[in-house]
Design a protein around this ligand. Structure first.
Ligand code: UDP
Ligand code: MN
Length: 586
């Protein structure tokens, strides 16, 4: 029975691989089309549905007579305060972009634009309290097929806001873009702009490789890596430079606010926030609500961050090279900042988010983790992180990401040089990282027979979680991907999900998820016993057993549940018989 199921799982994985491959082709086409400057839709005033096209041509035409990109006035930022409710909710307001003044020199033109972003920093941040002798900065902006107006807007907002005294240069690195205007008009467009240098790569380097290239050409004391779709309010650079100047091994990020790519809604990120990741090696920004134990309450003090995203990242240039730049084995996109983060911490540096600096990131339509074209590559990048940096802890990752496991079984990454670097720099191991830098990450026990997919004998399905339905658990087809992995630990909790922060709970007779207790003793409501002989999963508090009950109406919301999970008096019925199945051998 189990061997049949295992074979089915293997086939499922092969089929899944094919599906991902087929979808990637499909999505590849559509992403490319979307990313093209000519077809991306930016909402304009009524009747202006072809705004982008007009915009781009307008900019190109204007180029001829050295006039500014004055269509920027068309776009508007709609300010939306944090949904979680900040202390002083900023009032809703429309923020427009003023028209650029015509200027003779393009440099002046690029600097003249007046961009108003909503002010969400505490007033103390705005007082001029920065040393006048901050280190010089090289801003490195990589782009691959970025939409023309977005790229120029990013460039302009950096030039408008970074003080001349500190901004030594802005290196724009073209990572082998295919769009015509980026390949041709851009060089001409930038030729008269002071401090801006355009570097073109002759092959696709990927986000990390491209940044390493920019860094190798930079001469500023501090490197400021930035995405090609950002809006910077004034005063964002100084706090970052100051923190790096105080400690050259410090790597810092502003608070990243979010601008919706289509509506241009501005969403302020609530402070405090820090960068973290889960056992699937996915990076995310974590707010205080997700981490109740967090003790930072200061609005002005930077917080240490186990990881940082790459939207804006400032670090000492020599330290960047010392610590091994970006891992050249991380290809295209995905995981490069997480790899850098673990490396920086493990090899003598630190990371923090600086609240007096804010920059807004324009999210595209196809945001990760749904960007299929690079899915397999993303897995390979994660495999590198696991194999270079996680030692025995990497197994926790492979159990939750079986696609990575299967890729790893058929190919070995060449990580010799990175392991050598790790040794040469005398880096700490992952145990040190987890206990010192990120002690909040739950470390699963993954005991054999008590962890894996929770398979139900009667329905042939596995326990799953239907997102957005009050944490209710369901029975769904077994995924085989590791997405349904859970574990019964020695404290009697059934931990669910890649952070392990969610626990099976009994709520009104149903099985649902709630946040696991962060302190001992654990409430008995969150404790379960697995009766190995009968295969029953018993709730310790009520002594009831988990039963899979067929759904009367097939739910329309994916994942399509085949049943719901109830707590019922224990009976020896297959609907109450469960098996923890590990997909990946320990
Ligand atoms: N990028 C690049 N080459 C690539 C992929 C990305 O130069 O192969 C650039 C991209 O244009 C952007 C930055 O790297 O400026 C980060 O990429 P993206 O914004 O897609 O990543 P995310 O913000 O989602 O982490
Ligand atoms: Mn980005």
């Amino acid at each position: 029975m189990r061997s049949i199921r295992r074979r089915t799982l293997c086939w499922c994985s092969v089929l899944l691989g094919l599906l991902v491959w087929a979808l990637s082709d499909l999505f590849n086409g559509s992403t490319r089309r979307e990313a093209g400057g000519t077809t991306q839709r930016i909402p304009g005033p009524p009747g202006g549905s072809h705004l982008m096209v007009q915009f781009r041509h307008a900019a190109l035409e204007l180029l001829a007579d050295s006039a500014p990109i004055n269509s920027l006035q068309e776009d508007q930022l709609l300010f939306v305060g944090s949904t979680q409710g900040s202390e002083k909710p900023p009032h809703e307001k429309k923020w427009g972009y003023k028209v650029l003044k015509a200027a003779k020199k393009q440099d002046a033109m690029l600097r003249d634009q007046d961009v108003s972003l909503p002010e969400v920093r505490p007033p103390e941040c705005l007082e001029d309290m920065y040393s006048e002798s901050l280190p010089s900065a090289s801003v490195v902006i990589c782009f691959h097929d970025e939409a023309w107006p977005t790229l120029l807007r990013t460039l302009q907002s950096v030039l408008n806001t970074a003080p001349k005294d500190f901004l030594l240069e802005l290196l724009l690195v073209d990572d082998f873009s295919t769009h015509d205007e980026l390949r041709t008009a851009l060089s001409e467009y930038l030729s008269g702009v002071n401090r801006v240098r355009l570097i073109r790569s002759s092959k696709r380097l990927g986000a990390g490789g491209c940044r390493s290239l920019g860094a190798s050409r930079a001469s500023g004391e501090v490197l400021v890596f930035m995405d090609s779709h950002l809006e910077c309010p004034s005063g964002w650079l100084e706090p970052l430079l100051e923190r790096v100047a105080q400690d050259r091994t410090r790597v810092v990020s502003p608070i990243m606010d979010v601008i919706h790519w289509q509506t241009f809604q501005y969403n302020a990120t609530q402070w405090p926030v820090r960068g973290v990741f889960n056992w699937n090696l996915d990076f995310y920004w974590e707010s205080k609500a997700e981490q109740p134990d967090w003790d930072s309450d200061s609005a002005l003090e930077p917080v240490l961050s186990p990881a940082l995203g790459g939207g804006v990242l400032a670090m000492d240039r020599l330290f960047f090279h010392h610590v091994g730049a970006y891992d050249p084995g991380i290809v295209l996109w995905g995981g490069e900042h997480l790899e850098l983060s673990i490396r920086v911490w493990s090899c003598g540096g630190s990371m923090e988010v600086v609240p007096c600096s804010r920059v807004a990131h324009v999210h595209h339509q196809h945001r990760p983790p749904k960007r299929f074209p690079d899915q397999e590559q993303l897995e390979r990048n994660k495999i590198r992180i696991a194999d270079v940096w996680m030692e025995a802890y990497r197994k926790i990752f492979y159990r939750r990401d079986t696609l990575a496991h299967f890729i790893r079984q058929s190919e070995s990454p060449n990580i010799t040089e990175r392991l050598l670097l790790k040794r040469t720099l005398g880096c700490q191991d992952f145990h040190w990282y987890l206990s010192t830098v990120y002690p909040q990450l739950y470390i699963p026990q993954d005991r054999l027979g008590l962890s894996g997919e929770l398979y139900n004998m009667a329905s042939g399905g596995c326990v799953d979680h239907r997102p957005g339905h009050g944490g209710a658990m369901i029975i769904a087809p077994c995924s085989g991907t590791g997405s349904q992995h859970c574990e019964l630990n020695s404290q009697g909790e059934v931990r669910w999900g890649p952070t392990g922060a969610w626990c099976l709970d009994a709520i009104e007779g149903r099985v649902a998820l709630s946040q696991c207790a962060s302190h001992r003793p654990i409430r008995s409501r969150l404790q379960w016993t697995f009766l190995k002989l009968s295969g029953q999963l018993q709730h310790q508090h009520s002594h009831l057993c988990v039963e899979a009950v067929k759904a009367s109406v097939p739910p329309s919301v994916p994942p399509h549940g085949a049943g719901d999970l109830f707590l019922r008096p224990c009976t020896p019925h297959p609907a109450q018989q469960w098996l923890f199945e590990q997909l990946v051998s320990p």
